[in-house]
Write a protein that binds this ligand. Structure first.
Ligand code: GLA
Length: 750
């Protein structure tokens, strides 16, 4: 017989109020609540509730993840039992973090082999504690000395949960880890779910895909050693028929890891969605010696009831507040010039100075010298590894150029690709054993280069000291950190039978170098780049200030690339350049206006050969750069509404950015082609304050399009919308709405 439950009030003990008192409105609470008697743990943040609880057999079960529930609502773990002889209790029970044992047939949190060959791992609840604002729940194997600590925190602003796991060997014999996730997650069954993910290839990153989840396991992974241009360590799950861009439920997750990763999702035997995300178990193994622990990466998990757009905005906000260095104090991205598409390897002090002079006149704020300044780097066959200034190209070192750039009022940036080496380099000649390799086997090259084995501490220390020295000796404000191939022979001969840990040690050392450089050089900013967008994830995002989105700089392709990118990641870090035409990637010629309007939707950069620009081009660029400076805070820090997406198949697409205080809105409408004297639909804006009046102006100057009023209420812009009759191919238009202060009387104050 089930005993009558005592009143919830008596059973409830609030062990941590991270933010507010209990009198604060529920939607502003970020807290962890523990119901000691029932062993139920509840996290509340923004408008999200997440709950887990221990059942009578000791399994830690996921109980709820969705819109916030009222205080004291009943949440109890159900009794775990077998479904049939074929589906034992341990497998049937959705576990918050499952050990591979008891016939589990979905992806586990942890799979190990003990020293006696046993591979049965059954994790049950042991204890909990609070560590600051984080809840730590300890699970232990039912008999062996192995524990897993699950760590949880919830963000008050967005309800995004940060999870991670730590496995510890508390015994006397080594344990082999074969698979280790940061989190398992479960969604209730009896409904249809759709999985959204992003994939691509070099110069064609960030394509959105969607598949209906089914019993067929869907795996999003990288086996490349690095994240790569393929699948992203991000996913979102929606309900077809209920979820749109701006409405309906979306659960999303991202792994903060820049190496080989694995996210998997499937429906189980009763239709529940089972998700696992962590290190990729492919080719991975880790020996956990007595007393040792291994941490998983962080896994961020969020929920929105406002569709895919709402999910993106919540995650953008979380990234800006909690992930990117400096958080809310992070500086806005300066307008950047980069020499790569202009000069390629033909870099000289004189040539760069000329470009810098021209860039400064346009209003550029940061000048970056790309590949070609070091070693014998005259093409991509030599020089990587030798991070000393090429004396033929820079006879007096970098100083005269850096001084000139500074005198022109710009900060100075430099390109590096620290993890790589060409065979034709002094470094490789001195240390051929420093690259990833299997002895006696070919060393496959990619772009004529090999990958240094950063897992080795001597390689890590070498790179750190070389970079540190360059930064100490030169007044450099920014580095572009590139990575232009993936792993082929992931061997680490010196580590012998332990070498499969290279996947984790390599990335941990990469993070160590980045963190150490930031510590030793406060104010230094770093861009993550890997042949464009091959290494962007919420792990590296925590150590870098911006990301090079794609080597594809065609402004039309970019609209789709930026649309996909922003599904997962914030425009705050998304760099976009205006480059020359015909574009290198596809030969397309577009107007300078169109190129600017496309690139202004993220962090604006110029990557063109300015020597070839006419004075009319300069004038156009100056005008757009000035206009950008007036809206960049909204673009970089605001809320993004993808009003008409490239995936909608429309010829005209539109994005709208709204500043956090809703005082400014910026619309970009971009048209691929005019067709059949198009019938224009009104574009309805979003995210404005319906009661405030907003004055409209055309971005960059000029007249508002026909029929667009010069001022109207937020409600008007959102319900009536604007009809933008664009004519021609590859044309665009920007429009800025500015609120007339807090005055709600309808009178404009300016
Ligand atoms: C990669 C980057 C480019 C450029 C080149 C230099 O492809 O994505 O922007 O830096 O390397 O070799």
């Amino acid at each position: 017989m089930t005993p009558a439950l005592p009143s919830f009030r008596r059973r409830l003990s609030v062990v941590a109020l991270a933010i507010a008192s209990t009198t604060a409105p529920q939607t502003l609470l970020a807290k962890v609540t523990v119901d000691e008697a029932n062993k139920v743990f509840r996290l509340d943040g923004a408008d999200v509730t997440y709950a887990i609880g221990v059942d009578e057999k000791g399994y830690l079960q996921p109980l709820y993840w969705g819109s916030s529930l009222g205080k004291g609502e009943p949440l109890l773990a159900r009794a775990s039992k077998e479904l049939s002889g074929f589906d034992p209790a341990g497998m049937q029970t959705a576990q918050e973090f499952a050990g591979q044992g008891e016939g589990l047939v979905t992806d586990p949190g942890l799979k190990v082999t003990f020293s006696d060959g046993s591979r049965d791992l059954v994790l049950k609840y042991r204890s909990y504690r609070m560590d600051g604002q984080s809840l730590v729940v300890e699970l232990a194997d039912i008999e062996r000395p192995l524990t897993v600590n699950l760590r949880y925190a919830i963000d008050e602003q967005t309800g995004v949960i940060t999870r991670s796991a730590t496995v510890t060997n508390r015994g006397r014999a080594p344990i082999k880890i074969e698979s280790f996730a940061a989190a398992n997650l479960t969604l209730p069954g009896a409904t249809t779910y759709q999985l959204h993910f992003l994939s691509g290839r070099h110069a064609a990153e960030w394509s959105p895909h969607a598949v209906v989840l089914s019993p067929a396991l869907t795996v999003l992974e990288s086996r490349r050693g690095s994240v790569g241009h393929g699948n992203q360590p991000w996913l979102a799950i929606s309900r077809p028929g209920q979820t749109t861009e701006e409405s309906g439920p979306v659960w999303f997750g991202a792994l903060a890891w820049s190496g080989s990763f694995r996210l998997s999702a499937q429906t189980d035997n009763i239709g529940r969605v089972r998700i696992a995300g962590g290190y990729n178990s492919h080719d991975f193994a880790w020996t956990l010696r007595p007393g040792e622990s291994l941490d998983s990466p962080r896994f961020y998990a969020g929920y929105s009831s406002s569709g895919l757009g709402g999910a993106s905005r919540a995650f953008h906000r979380f990234q800006m507040d909690q992930v990117i260095p400096g958080g809310r104090q992070a500086k806005l991205r300066p307008v950047l010039y980069n020499s790569w598409e202009a000069t390629a390897f033909d870099v000289t002090a004189e040539g760069q100075m000329k470009l810098a002079e021209r860039a400064a006149k346009l209003g550029v704020e940061r000048f970056v010298v790309d590949d070609g300044w070091f070693g014998q780097r005259n093409d991509d066959k030599a020089g990587l590894g030798d991070w000393t200034v090429n004396p033929a190209k820079f006879p007096q070192g970098l100083k005269p150029l850096i001084d000139r750039v500074h005198a022109l009022g710009m900060s100075f940036g430099l390109w590096f690709e620290p993890e790589m080496v060409n065979r034709d380099s002094a470094l490789y000649r001195a240390h051929p054993d420093w690259v990833l390799n299997f002895p006696g086997r070919p060393r496959t090259e990619g772009r004529n280069q090999l990958v240094l084995n950063l897992a080795r501490t001597d390689v890590r220390d070498h790179l750190l000291s070389v970079l540190d020295k360059l930064l100490r000796e030169n007044d450099i404000q920014f580095i572009k950190w590139d990575y232009n191939r993936n792993w082929t022979e992931p061997g680490w001969p010196e580590a012998g039978p332990d070498q499969q840990r290279v996947y984790v040690d390599y990335i941990s050392n990469l993070y160590h170098i980045l963190a150490e450089l930031r510590k030793r050089h406060p104010g230094l900013e770093i861009e993550t780049c890997s042949g464009g967008g091959g290494r962007i994830d919420t792990g590296i995002m925590g150590l870098t200030d911006q990301a090079w989105t794609s080597d594809n700089t065609d402004p039309y392709d970019r609209l789709a690339i930026q649309d996909g990118f922003t599904m997962a990641y914030a425009p705050a870090v998304m760099m976009a350049w205006v480059t020359d035409v015909p574009n290198w990637a596809n030969g397309r010629t577009t107007s300078l206006d169109f190129r600017f309007l496309s690139a202004m939707q993220g962090g604006l950069g110029i990557g063109a050969d300015l020597n070839k620009w006419t004075s009319a081009d300069d004038e156009t660029a100056r005008n757009w750069i000035e206009a950008y400076k007036g809206i960049r805070e909204t673009v970089q820090r605001g809320q993004l509404y993808r009003l008409v997406r490239p995936t909608d198949g429309a010829s005209q697409t539109a994005t709208f950015y709204v500043s956090p205080d809703r005082s400014q809105g910026v619309l970009f409408a971009m048209q691929r082609s005019s067709e059949w004297r198009d019938q224009w639909e009104a574009t309805k804006l979003a995210g404005l304050d319906p009661a405030r009046r907003y004055r409209a102006r055309r971005l960059g100057g000029g007249q508002l399009p026909d029929g667009v009023p010069s001022a109207a209420s937020g409600a008007y812009w959102m319900s009536h919308g604007v009809t933008l009759r664009l004519r021609g191919d590859y044309v665009g238009l920007g429009m800025v709405l500015e609120a007339a202060g807090a005055d709600q009387s309808g009178n404009l104050r300016h």
